[in-house]
Design a protein around this ligand. Structure first.
Ligand SMILES: Cc1cc2nc3c(=O)[nH]c(=O)nc-3n(C[C@H](O)[C@H](O)[C@H](O)COP(=O)(O)OP(=O)(O)OC[C@H]3O[C@@H](n4cnc5c(N)ncnc54)[C@H](O)[C@@H]3O)c2cc1C
Length: 606
């Protein structure tokens, strides 16, 4: 208290005395300690690494990766089979306190909770980024990417899942998956019809513009990604991020968890082509084998899962031969990489929403005390628009995301652009445009890219994998963006946009300046410099029947030709769904529990 009193007196030398002084000090000390309330009663599961490293216990199931899918899958499996010993191995630690505050979503990137992968440079894309590489964030630690993502919940479009089914995957059509979507929406409490949404005056402006162009505002009516505009629900509870590990771990205490432990590869018995355990490296430097009596499940995400599969000799043979790894099964692991690419467009507005530092401090205090206000949500970023640029049908190929930056913003804009990894000259060009105007950021996002990439092992296989995103390898992807930009011009012409003075800005990029602004040539150049990921890589262990040469797992998520080894994460998606990918990943994990249950129930092993 004395220390606090001295500190306050040094900032504002008023005397502290009597009862008033004491009351005042108590109020101040409450405020000083209020950040502690960000942590609630929830406790992360204990780390069992030490005992496992010392005693070398074997397990029935080993699940690799405690991310979005892995944490759901492992905890639900441990509830379904209480007598089984299930081990969940995670390369990272418990997520940091800063991951809890929704409005700080961008601050988690490039932190200790992020793998911060980088794409391999090519001639068509990421040219405006340092080293011509886009940064691919991916969550590290309990909750995985659900601990650092934007929390937006969308199912995608029903037809996305019809496509999965039509590619030879029985049980994966929308009708079969709907119960899982419903179940998780009830669990995360995002089906509440009373939900009124957050406050943001831009919602109304944007709805007005889209309505003038004859688009419907669906808002919270459903979680499907259909043509029109939509305010989306977030995986938050009581004003804080609800990462999936937090949601699912609270219902189980039967799991064994190893934190800070990297799985290097799966041990495959070459004689009977059967997975029998994993090789792990703990952060202490200890390397050991752990045995799985029944199965190994890979839930390490769409970059690390193919990396581990390749390290374990599951193809592709030609690539493993180059690296010097024995191939047990020649599958197209790491191929079929698909991602949603987003194109930041900056528009000036005559609105002035600048907030003084004092107001920001008060809003932060409001958040600390009540978990309400702007820090409890992600602002305009939860507002979406969907269009079908080519056929004008109800199967969108572009999703619009929105951001807002106030005039001369020194608080968010620069750290945000630096976090994305843009070159300094691009950041300065954008900052110059921001000196006089508030910005509306409109970010068209390709929902169904035709370009595909691949994940490869580097020469030193345990270092970061090579990510060849291959954005715009297929020219139709650029053409879809050009049609999306045409749509932005239509928005510019709506009465409300004209009234607000909203106009597309010309970001000065040296190599693009040789083209006249707003011509197709200018936009091709702009797209190759400015477009980047929205962090939705999927498809690198494709689900499909045996006769699909690109398939890695079957519809029961088992690796073709290898027993006791499955993949349960976003890697298995045969095609990328037309919406943010977390909801679909959760559904995969939940369905996987039922697949395993059916498998072992029929073996009468309960
Ligand atoms: C910055 C960002 C923003 C996003 N925003 C949204 C959004 O708003 N809405 C949405 O729907 N989707 C969003 N996504 C995408 C979504 O979060 C992912 O599609 C989804 O979480 C993928 O889940 P996963 O289980 O496949 O992988 P992850 O959740 O990434 O989990 C993989 C886990 O495996 C661990 N791991 C990796 N390698 C190893 C190893 N060798 N040994 C042990 N453990 C290992 C990782 O540390 C991680 O915990 C975003 C993603 C990011 C990164």
């Amino acid at each position: 208290m004395e220390h606090l009193e001295a500190q306050i007196s040094s900032m504002c030398p008023l005397p502290f005395s009597g009862i008033t002084g004491e009351i005042f000090l108590k109020a101040v000390s409450t405020v000083v300690a209020v950040h502690c309330t960000i942590l609630d009663d929830f406790h992360w599961p204990p780390d069992n690494s030490r005992e496992i490293l010392e005693e070398g216990i074997s397990f029935d199931f080993i699940v690799v990766g405690a991310g979005t899918a892995g944490s759901l899958f492992a905890s639900r499996l441990s509830n379904a089979f209480p007598s089984w010993k299930i081990l969940l191995i995670e390369a990272g630690d418990d997520p940091g306190i800063d991951t809890e505050i929704p409005a700080f979503l961008f601050l988690n990137q490039n932190s200790s909770n992020d793998w911060s992968y980088k794409t391999h440079p090519d001639d068509n894309s990421c040219l405006g980024f340092k080293d011509n590489s886009c940064i691919w964030s991916k969550g590290k630690g309990l909750g995985g990417s659900s601990s650092i993502n934007a929390m937006i919940y969308l199912r995608g479009h029903p037809q996305d899942y019809a496509e999965w089914y039509n590619l030879g995957n029985p049980g994966w059509d929308y009708e079969n998956l709907v119960t899982y979507f419903n179940e998780q929406e009830a669990l995360f409490k995002i089906t509440d019809p009373e939900f009124k949404g957050y406050d943001n005056e831009w919602y109304k402006i944007l709805d007005n513009a889209w309505n003038e162009l004859n688009f419907t505002s669906h808002n919270y009516k459903s979680h499907e990604a259909i043509v029109g505009t939509k305010k989306t629900r977030l995986l938050t509870q009581n004003g804080k991020r609800m990462n999936t590990a937090k949601q699912y771990f609270k219902d189980t205490d039967k799991l064994f968890v190893m934190k800070n432990t990297l799985v290097e590869k799966v041990i495959i018995d070459p004689l009977n082509k059967q997975a029998c355990g994993v090789v792990v490296k703990h952060k202490s430097g200890i390397i050991m084998n752990i045995t799985a009596n029944k199965e190994v499940i890979l839930s390490a995400g769409s970059i690390a899962t193919p990396q581990i599969l390749m390290m374990s000799g599951i193809g592709p043979k030609s690539h493993l031969d180059e690296i010097g790894i024995d191939c047990h099964q020649n599958l197209k692991v790491g191929q079929n990489l698909q991602d949603h690419v987003l194109l930041p467009l900056f528009l000036k507005t005559n609105m002035n929403m600048t907030t003084s530092t004092d107001v920001i401090n008060i809003l932060l205090l409001q958040y600390m005390l009540t978990k309400t206000g702007p820090f409890s949500n992600i602002g305009l970023t939860d507002y979406m628009g969907f269009i079908d640029t080519e056929r004008n049908l109800d199967y969108p190929d572009i999703q619009f995301h929105y951001f807002y930056f106030t005039k001369n913003d020194n608080f968010v804009l620069k750290p945000y652009l630096e976090g994305l990894g843009y070159k300094i000259e691009i950041i300065e060009a954008i900052e110059d445009l921001n000196i006089d105007h508030d910005f509306l950021g409109i970010y068209p996002t390709l929902l169904r890219p035709k370009s595909t990439g691949e994940i490869l092992l580097p020469k030193r296989p345990l270092t970061a994998p090579i990510i060849k995103a291959n954005y715009f390898q297929h020219p139709d992807d650029v053409r879809t963006f050009l049609r999306a930009i045409d749509f932005v011009h239509k928005l510019e012409k709506t009465s409300i946009f004209r009234e607000m003075g909203i106009e597309l800005l010309n970001v000065s990029i040296r190599t693009c300046n040789e083209h006249l602004f707003n011509t197709d040539n200018y936009w091709w150049c702009y797209i190759s410099h400015m477009a980047t990921t929205i962090y939705h890589p999927v498809g690198t262990a494709k689900m499909g029947p045996r006769n699909d040469v690109n398939a890695v797992v079957n519809h029961d998520l088992q690796i073709h030709g290898i027993s006791n080894l499955r993949v349960v994460d976003a890697s298995i998606m045969p095609t990328i769904p037309g919406g943010n990918t977390m909801a679909a990943t959760l559904v995969i994990a939940r369905k996987a529990v039922d697949i395993i249950k059916k498998h072992y129930d029929s073996k009468d092993e309960l």
